[in-house]
Design a protein. Structure first.
Length: 489
């Protein structure tokens, strides 16, 4: 999608002029700056559509445009930071349905919404809503029309359009690799994707393969990955644009390219969705892409432990005791609780190798998180209130919703083992999301750390809220959230 900005008064003819309408309002927001001649002819159409949230209506026009679209924003008092993003997505999808080459959206006046925020939401909503995963289709059907944003030009507006464009591309890149099928996306595939990305975006990329993982003591990653012919990899991406002495922020993402559950085999129903068990790692790769393209003046390290969890003669077993990178031992009671094992190695490595000022991990870790929070809110567990608060603030701005769960010594006690330092599952089904995080907490000494469980939000599921910018498949959840956090440090 090509995006350009035009001053409303100087706007050229467009194939579809799109404007927003508040509920129970009698005018199109900002239209008077574009084409005052057609305002009177719209009154009945505006009254009929009522400005209801998400409702769109076409009307004939005699002004500069061959067609016009009215899009309802609902009541002003119900506005969120997602309102314009959501409605802009519906506009973009209608433009595609009509097979238009381009369309224009009028930015509402500052009395309604801050223009910088509106522009950001319009770009993100339009770009993300036009996404389709068509890599394996013989006939490509997706049509991407260009977008013109009608707003008074300024350096801040231009910068925000560029920033939002890059962030949206980061989300779409994340979706592209997360949607790859398991036969076409192994740990080696993710490693190769990262290598190509690093060369293009001037990041350092290191890949640690199985023999070196064994030699360096990554007992968790090796154990989980040893049942598959597709060898495990530890992928490391480094963006170094901060000062030389500045400690980095480390991002860690679980990337199980396919999860059968191993010896503790999952039920067959919906096992195909386990291609999405790599979404945490894909999120980190997408963030690193955007960070490098935004040229953020900070130091960021992305660490992606990647395995395929398969049953077989070489698989690790319930009853095994493995030694993790931290030096601690773990009793394996369920091989389907594998994400915490590979993340544990990666977290310990990240802390020891980089002495970071903060660690944030992403993982499709527990079905228990879906039971607790559903499929529209991610779980967050932390050892640091200040770091948690900053990410909560980013959550409010981006509307990628999170909810904090507790982690105290009682939960830590639930994963103590009689025969090892800890066990990889808690007591029964109680507090499954928290006991998984407790296992991860054991991997970290004293670095501020946040764990984000994205099991319910990483891809669209039965109860996922219908949003135009989240078409079926991977959602890219977490990319916008953490990029906002990083930009506001």
């Amino acid at each position: 999608m090509k995006i350009r900005v035009e001053n409303p008064k100087n706007s050229k003819k467009t194939m579809m002029l799109c404007g927003f309408v508040l509920e129970d309002s009698d005018k199109v927001l900002g239209l008077e700056k574009v084409d005052a001649k057609i305002i009177s002819s719209l009154k009945q159409s505006i009254k009929d559509m009522g400005g209801m949230f998400g409702k769109i209506v076409f009307i004939p026009s005699e002004g500069k445009t061959s067609r016009m679209l009215l899009a309802g924003l609902g009541k002003k008092e119900n506005f969120t930071n997602d309102t314009i993003r959501f409605v802009s997505g519906k506009i973009a999808q209608k433009a595609r349905e009509l097979k238009l080459r381009e369309f224009s959206i009028i930015v509402p006046p500052s009395s309604i919404v801050e223009p910088i925020s509106a522009v950001s939401q319009i770009v993100e909503g339009c770009k993300m809503s036009l996404y389709k995963f068509e890599k394996y289709k013989s006939k490509k059907e997706n049509i991407i029309p260009d977008l013109t944003i009608l707003v008074s030009k300024s350096e801040k507006i231009s910068k925000m359009i560029k920033t939002s464009d890059i962030i949206s591309d980061g989300v779409l890149f994340t979706k592209d690799i997360a949607n790859l099928p398991p036969n076409d996306c192994t740990p080696t595939t993710l490693a190769n994707v990262s290598k190509i990305l690093s060369k293009k975006n001037r990041m350092k990329c290191s890949i640690i393969s199985k023999k070196e993982l064994e030699k360096k003591g990554f007992g968790g990653i090796v154990a989980v990955g040893q049942g598959s012919k597709n060898e495990p990899k530890l992928i490391i991406l480094e963006h170094r644009m901060g000062s030389r002495n500045e400690k980095p922020i480390v991002l860690v993402g679980k990337a199980v390219t396919f999860d059968t559950g191993g010896i503790s085999l999952k039920p067959g129903e919906k096992m195909d969705e386990m291609k999405f068990d790599k979404c945490g790692g894909c999120t980190v790769i997408g963030i690193m892409k955007a960070v490098s393209e935004l040229k953020l003046p900070i130091n960021i390290v992305g660490i992606i432990p990647s395995v395929e969890n398969m049953p077989g003669g070489e698989s690790y077993r319930p009853g095994d005791i493995i030694k993790l990178y931290s030096g601690k031992t773990a009793e394996i009671l369920n091989t389907d609780a594998e994400g915490r094992i590979i993340l544990s190695d990666a977290l310990s490595f990240g802390e020891k190798q980089y002495s970071p000022k903060a660690i944030i991990d992403f993982a499709t870790l527990t079905g228990a998180c879906i039971i607790a929070l559903g499929t529209n809110v991610a779980g967050i567990i932390s050892n640091d209130e200040k770091l948690t608060q900053k990410i909560k603030e980013s959550s409010k701005r981006t509307t990628e919703e999170i909810w904090e769960l507790p982690l105290n010594n009682d939960y830590m006690d639930m994963i103590k083992s009689d025969v090892a330092d800890m066990k990889n599952v808690g007591i029964g089904r109680a507090a499954g999301t928290i006991t998984a995080a407790a296992f991860l907490r054991n991997a970290i000494k004293d670095t501020p750390w946040v764990h984000i469980d994205i099991a319910g939000v990483a891809w669209t599921q039965v109860a996922t809220k219908d949003k135009p910018y989240n078409p079926k498949g991977a959602t890219g959840f977490g990319v916008r959230l953490i990029l906002d956090y990083l930009q506001n440090i």
